[in-house]
Design a protein around this ligand. Structure first.
Ligand code: ZN
Length: 74
């Protein structure tokens, strides 16, 4: 699923998300190419797929540190 960069940036700004990297303190980052999905653990007897968290990766261009922001949940 492609990321709507304009929407993501406007949401981050509206919520006062800082753009300083937690690792190297630089402010040079980008979004990953796609939304990533992180499935919850599932009972082996379950009949339906496990729900997942979908997240927007942001990547520091200086050191490669990756941060995930919630995009949606199942
Ligand atoms: Zn960094």
């Amino acid at each position: 699923m492609p990321i709507d960069f304009k929407l993501a940036r406007s949401l981050f700004r509206a919520n006062n998300v800082g753009d300083e990297c937690s690792s190297c303190k630089q402010s040079d980052w980008r979004f990953g190419n796609d939304i990533v999905s992180l499935p919850y653990a599932q009972d082996s007897t379950a009949q339906t797929p496990a729900p997942a968290i979908h997240a927007t990766p942001t990547i520091c261009n200086h050191c490669g540190y990756i941060t995930l922001f919630l995009y949606s949940e199942d």
